[in-house]
Write a protein that binds this ligand. Structure first.
Ligand code: NAD
Ligand code: APR
Length: 238
């Protein structure tokens, strides 16, 4: 409880707070993460389905994987933790959400200032000419109407670089932050895992599994995102 009171105090006093989230922020919405025991990469080699080479050389497998992720998403909704972060933005307690998640749940819950560092699975484009495409066209494995190219979701694949504007939005916010709270990520993936080291502010790590990647944080809280955010919010409200 003392740790939660400390986070409450830091959130209340910080002039600029940035929240950095990963797949662990959405597991309580029913979306698997990647590297924990029930994650996507337990039974699938990510480089065979989520790498740029999979899109180019093994489109059927690539298409099957992202179609499956889309159908998983259809039955899922943001949870209380997402809505608490949206409420904190409204109350001026959160400046920016930087997320590795492609599910769009922070926006769906109501956050306005969001950097989608690994893109979004909610919209689609032609891999060759970049023309926008519809979800139906992608799911039906149609070719690009403009150039006949392959359709893909706007997610950042292994081997691709991050969208420059999202990266700079997150980096600038973190550089100016007095507090960075990292929630639900293994911090295994470069370059996002470097972001927490780029702030002069205080850093908090909230995660179900604590590994050596938590070293260096000012405060480490082991546990589940929804429960911890709910308890911090209760302390903030009183
Ligand atoms: P990778 O393992 O291929 O490494 C990407 C590049 O970053 C390589 O040149 C590597 O040498 C370098 N690198 C890796 N870790 C580093 C570190 N700690 N410090 C400095 N340099 C480091 O990475 P990847 O997982 O294939 O991802 C490549 C790109 O795809 C990255 O921009 C990543 O954000 C993006 N991406 C990756 C994933 C993923 O799951 N890995 C998902 C979405 C987007
Ligand atoms: N509450 C808190 N932490 C959780 C919860 C939860 N309810 N559920 C899972 N976690 C933790 C797990 O213990 C794990 O450490 O969240 C972390 C999720 O880590 P990953 O599965 O590696 O997901 P992430 O860090 O977002 O992966 C980064 O890798 O494959 C790519 O594109 C993918 O953006 C993703 C990137």
């Amino acid at each position: 409880m003392k740790e939660l009171e400390t986070v409450r105090d830091w959130v209340q006093s910080s002039k600029q707070t940035v929240i950095l989230t990963g797949a662990g922020m959405s597991t309580e919405s029913g979306i698997p993460d990647f590297r924990s025991s029930s994650g996507w990469w337990k039974n699938i080699d990510p480089h065979t389905v989520a790498h740029i080479t999979a899109l180019e050389n093994n489109y059927d497998l690539f298409h099957e994987f992202y179609s499956m992720r889309l159908s998983t998403l259809d039955s899922c909704e943001p949870h209380d933790g997402h809505f608490i972060l949206a409420d904190w933005e409204k109350r001026g307690l959160v400046h920016t959400i930087a997320t590795q998640n492609v599910d769009g749940f922070h926006a769906k819950a109501g956050n306005q200032i969001i950097a989608e560092l690994h893109g979004s699975i909610q919209n689609f484009r032609c891999h060759q000419c970049e023309s926008q495409a519809t979800r139906e066209a992608f799911l039906n494995k149609e070719k690009c109407l403009n150039c006949g190219g392959k359709l893909r979701p706007n997610v950042v694949l292994f081997g691709e670089s991050l969208p420059e504007n999202s990266w700079m939005k997150a980096l600038n916010a973190i550089r100016e932050a007095e507090l960075v709270i990292v929630i639900g990520t293994s911090l295994e993936v470069y370059p996002v895992n470097q972001l927490p080291t780029m702030t002069k502010g205080k850093t908090v790590f909230i995660n179900k599994d604590i590994t050596s990647n938590a070293n260096g944080f000012d405060l480490v809280i082991e546990g589940k995102a929804k429960e911890i955010l709910t308890n911090i919010n209760l302390l903030l409200t009183h």
